[in-house]
Design a protein around this ligand. Structure first.
Ligand code: SAH
Length: 349
């Protein structure tokens, strides 16, 4: 691409106008040198907005039980080989206590859509955590709920909600999910969450079966309209016991390019270097941050449970005693001239 053309395209990312589909298309097909340039710009934007600090969130995987049957996810209800567990309220609170001792200021509770961990039960857990740690943030990532369920959890004190839209394209959504689920409902949930005053996170898998450039363009345009506080993207990774077990994993370079594009388009968004990225490539965390990400979500689920939270194969789990977990991360960040920022890391417009 001509230099002048490249500059025009890049400048449209910081425009107040919606970015047109053709521009996203050109951005997604940049060559290696152009991508490198883009990554440099993206990390400069991240540092300009957040400094060299990287926010950390303590991830607690509260249940491997799920009523849904997403074609990509190893925890789908039909996977007879998945080992099911659910943490008790006491275990979740203990995880938060441990996280607080380590210095975390955000707890992320993630799990399948578990009948037993229903809205009332979860609201009670959130209330207990917020009574004990009123100044810390609680993020939920427990799938689609009713409007009243989302409202109850919000009134219990939940601050943020992560619900990836997975794919904005209706046809593609139906290639990834059974007919009982719909792109429309997923999007509706995101709007409800926003109205309820949650800081909302969305995102998608990169390289899921059936995804091409056109689907990615739709994802980017959807995010442009939603303006989420947090955006999580990671490569698709095949999971045993799913219809996609034999499919190939997503492309790491495409994930990195998308992180850079998202950073340039959403300078203030909280964008994690995800576990899926770290699972697929050595130094995935560092590479994600150097492409513009500014959040890491260390897993503090007790090991005996975490090894059964198999949303995809070979999920990376930093094998270190929890007390050392953040030291290991700090060393790795220091090696790329970054450090852990222990702040809450709220979305600030
Ligand atoms: N039940 C919750 C949490 C799902 S797990 C929910 O529905 O939101 C969090 C994310 O992991 C999902 O949103 C999905 O994007 C991602 N994920 C699931 N299976 C995956 C796979 N096989 N490869 C990569 N990412 C996957």
């Amino acid at each position: 691409m001509e230099k002048k053309h490249f500059n025009i395209i890049i400048s449209s990312l910081s425009s107040a106008e919606k970015v047109p589909a053709e521009v996203w298309h050109s951005l997604l097909t940049l060559n290696g040198d152009e991508r490198e340039k883009l990554a440099r710009m993206a990390r400069e934007v991240a540092v300009a907005n957040f400094g060299k600090g990287v926010y950390v969130r303590a991830l607690v995987e509260i249940s491997s039980c799920c009523r849904n049957n997403c074609f990509y996810c190893g925890l789908r209800a039909a996977n007879r080989n998945a080992v099911r567990y659910r943490l008790t309220k006491e275990e979740i609170v203990e995880c938060c206590e441990e996280a607080a001792r380590l210095g975390f200021n955000t707890f992320v509770l993630q799990g399948g859509e578990d009948y037993v961990q229903n809205d009332e039960w979860l609201a009670d857990v959130v209330r207990t955590i917020k009574e004990r740690y009123p100044s810390k943030a609680v993020t939920l990532s427990v799938g689609e709920r009713s409007d009243s369920g989302f409202a109850l959890l919000r009134s219990a004190g939940a601050d943020r909600y992560l619900l990836r839209h997975e794919t904005a394209c209706v046809k593609h959504y139906s290639q990834l999910h059974p007919a009982t689920m719909s792109a429309a409902n997923r999007k509706r949930c995101l709007h409800v969450l926003k109205e309820l005053g949650y800081q909302v996170g969305s995102g998608f898998m990169v390289g899921s079966p059936g995804q091409g450039i056109d689907e990615l363009v739709e994802d980017l345009m959807f995010l442009d309209a939603l303006k989420p506080a947090m955006i999580g993207i990671g490569p698709f990774i095949p999971a045993n016991g799913t219809p996609f077990a034999e499919e190939k994993a997503g492309d790491v370079d495409m994930v990195l390019l998308l992180i850079s594009l998202l950073r340039l388009r959403f300078p203030k968004a909280l964008i994690p270097a995800t576990t899926a990225l770290a699972t697929l490539c050595e130094n995935g965390t560092e590479r994600g941050i150097l492409a513009g990400a500014n959040v890491v979500m260390p897993n503090i689920t007790p090991r005996r449970y975490a090894e059964n939270y198999t949303i995809y194969n070979n999920k990376k789990y930093i094998d270190s005693e929890s007390a050392r977990l953040l030291d290991v991360l700090e060393e790795r960040l220091n090696a790329i001239d970054r450090f852990i920022d222990y702040g809450r890391g709220d979305y600030v417009i």
